[in-house]
Design a protein around this ligand. Structure first.
Ligand SMILES: [Zn+2]
Length: 144
């Protein structure tokens, strides 16, 4: 029996540029073209000034963990092979405290991760040509 298929992220018109960039190995973030505030998840209207002028910016792909939850029981059996799974919130370099991306940490690194740990993006292929930006610790050696 083959392993259950992992659900794919929901891709809509607002988030499509993010997923297209990820498929090319680039990390991009959305910013308001009117008031310059960063936001996640992507959406048409700015939550600050309501302008419908989203602009995508190329980001360096590094950041700092500001939230960390380690999951020891899979919510979906398809993720059983990734347990324990570290869900992280990352403030991306080049943005501000509103440029927070939710993602996961490289398998096996959760024991070394802390709030404040520096991370770098890596691009994890799923299926159907979808590529998921996930993160790996930048300073694993120093923290052991
Ligand atoms: Zn705005």
């Amino acid at each position: 029996m083959s392993a259950p298929t992992k659900p794919l992220p929901r891709i809509d018109a607002d988030s499509a540029p993010f997923w297209e960039a990820a498929a090319e190995g680039r990390l991009v973030g959305q910013r308001c073209g009117s008031c310059d505030s960063w936001r996640w998840p992507p959406r048409e209207h700015c939550p600050e000034c309501h302008a419908a002028t989203p602009v995508w910016h190329e980001l360096p792909g590094t950041g700092s963990i500001v939230g960390l939850v380690v999951v020891h029981r899979p919510m979906d059996p398809a993720f059983a092979d990734e347990i324990p799974l570290a869900l992280i919130h990352v403030v991306l370099d080049g943005t501000d405290d509103k440029g927070v991306l939710q993602s996961t940490l490289q398998q096996g690194e959760w024991e070394h991760a802390r709030v404040g740990s520096r991370v770098a993006v890596q691009f994890t292929p799923l299926h159907d040509d979808v590529v998921l930006p996930t993160f790996t610790l930048l300073e694993l050696e120093k923290e052991i």
